[in-house]
Design a protein around this ligand. Structure first.
Ligand code: ARG
Length: 468
């Protein structure tokens, strides 16, 4: 009978809620493909080692293929009383092939099984993320090449600082994403060891060949300690931390898109493909995709914190707490995939307003640093003095309410009599940008070089991947 104090909803006593809290099938069914891959590798290994007979092994592999086909076709019935994907698959296998199915679980446990499945899933997902990040980099580098000479304001503190180019700004994100891809690749390298065969926590006395299953599943080697194999989830945490840093980058870019598409800035336009209207204000075109990319970083960071918190108090080896690793990892990496694709879409869609960007690039005395450099280079002034003189010229212009290049030579000479009209060459934003050719600087020729370098690299990568 249900408990009088808290059993109101338990028609069958505590067992019903036990099943509800215990079952993971609703979410871990996403591991079906990896689970079956792992089981086939395990089955072939124990058969090759003479641990089970060849006939049973053949029946098991055939049966597992049928289960996979049923899941792919959507005809498979997932049952929550069978708890998780591992037991659902095995139970169906028994229905199909009979008692031989019971031999599959020889020399393994659900603990090493789930650790293997989840590693495979995270690895597959890292590979998919990498491909979509390469696509995003391509979109950015192509935009950069197209706008290598499109001058725009560069900001510090969101105050006009120095003119840069739209292409240079795009290439900044190409670099960031390059490092993000590197972080995922690093995580993948450490992840790529196979826990299968660690069994429940303490290995097995069956003569298994862990190197064989590791190779069959594309792992570099088996994991070296059985306790560690079933009890750590640092591979998922590394993926989530790489995901979090990437999401932070995408969120910053999204924030810029939100600002740039505002009527006040109007630096870029997004088409109807990536904006929505308002049901009450007809003039509006809202950058919802960018806002959601910005917002989804929250659940991605949250998943990292969530899983760290799940893991931090667990003694070795496996504990059921670890079943809570999956939903948040799935959720975070799903959200990330959406964010990457939406960002690539927005990059391809966005049209910078070159005229407006150029005008904005000149406001806020953005060429003051060039002016100071001119004084150093042409009048041999120490930079600190040049900075001071420039400050006075900016004060003069601001008092008159004009830009620096609108001051007359005579006006400038009241501050520094040695100034000549050569100075006007650096006061234009275009010349300012062109002159900053130092490595990594925004000069259009630099931007073109960098964009082409990345585009060539991306093509080489794609070719290498295709020939694998
Ligand atoms: N569904 C479980 C999980 O995700 C599988 C492992 C269960 N192992 C056990 N000893 N109960 O962690």
């Amino acid at each position: 009978m249900a408990n009088e104090m808290w059993g109101g909803r338990f028609a069958e006593g505590p067992a019903a809620i036990m099943q509800e809290i215990n079952a993971s099938i609703d979410f871990d069914k996403r591991l079906a493909a990896q689970d079956i891959r792992g089981s086939i590798a395990h089955c072939e290994m124990i058969a090759a080692q003479g641990i089970i007979d060849a006939q049973s092994a053949e029946a098991i592999v055939q049966g597992l293929r049928q289960v996979k086909a049923e899941i792919d076709a959507g005809t498979f019935t997932f049952r929550s009383e069978l708890e998780d994907i591992h037991m659902n698959v095995e139970a169906r296998l028994a229905e199909i092939i009979g008692s031989a199915a019971g031999r599959l679980h020889t020399g393994r446990s659900r603990n090493d099984q789930v650790a293997t499945d989840f590693r495979l899933w995270v690895r597959d997902t890292i590979d998919a993320i990498d491909a979509s990040l390469a696509d995003l980099q391509q979109a950015l580098a192509e935009k950069a090449l197209e706008h290598a000479g499109t001058v725009m304001p560069g900001f510090t503190h969101l105050q006009s600082a120095q003119p840069v180019t739209f292409g240079h700004h795009m290439m900044a994100y190409v670099e960031m994403i390059g490092r993000d891809r590197g972080r995922f690749q690093d995580a993948r390298k450490r992840l790529n060891e196979c826990p299968l065969g660690a069994a429940a926590l303490g290995g097995t006395n069956f003569p298994i060949d862990r190197t064989r299953t590791a190779a069959a599943l594309g792992f570099d080697r088996p994991t070296a300690n059985s306790l560690d194999s079933v009890s750590d989830r640092d591979f998922a945490l590394e993926a989530l931390s790489a995901a979090s840093i990437l999401a932070m980058h995408l969120s910053r870019f999204a924030e810029e898109i939100v600002i740039w598409t505002s009527a006040q800035f109007a630096f870029v336009k997004l088409s109807d493909k990536f904006t929505t209207g308002s049901s009450i204000m007809p003039q509006k075109r809202n950058p919802d995709a960018a806002e959601l990319v910005r917002a989804k970083s929250g659940r991605i960071f949250g998943s990292l914190m969530g899983l760290l918190t799940v893991m931090k108090g667990l003694t070795l080896a496996y504990a059921k707490d670890m079943q809570e690793d999956k939903e948040q990892t799935f959720d975070a990496l799903d959200a990330l995939a959406l964010c990457i694709a939406a960002t690539a879409g927005m990059v391809r869609d966005m049209e910078p307003d070159a005229k407006r960007l150029r005008k904005a690039a000149g406001s806020g005395y953005a060429t003051a640093t060039d002016l100071a450099n001119w004084l150093v280079q042409n009048l041999n002034m120490p930079f600190r003095d040049a900075h001071h003189v420039t400050g006075r010229l900016v004060g003069l212009a601001s008092g008159k309410g004009v830009d620096l290049d609108k001051l007359t030579l005579a006006e400038m000479q009241t501050v520094e009599p040695r100034i000549t009209d050569g100075i006007y060459s650096v006061l234009s934003v275009v010349n300012s940008v062109k002159s900053r050719k130092s490595y990594g600087g925004p000069a259009p020729e630099n931007v073109k070089k960098q964009a082409k370098r990345w585009l060539a690299l991306l093509v080489r990568e794609k070719r290498a991947l295709a020939s694998k």
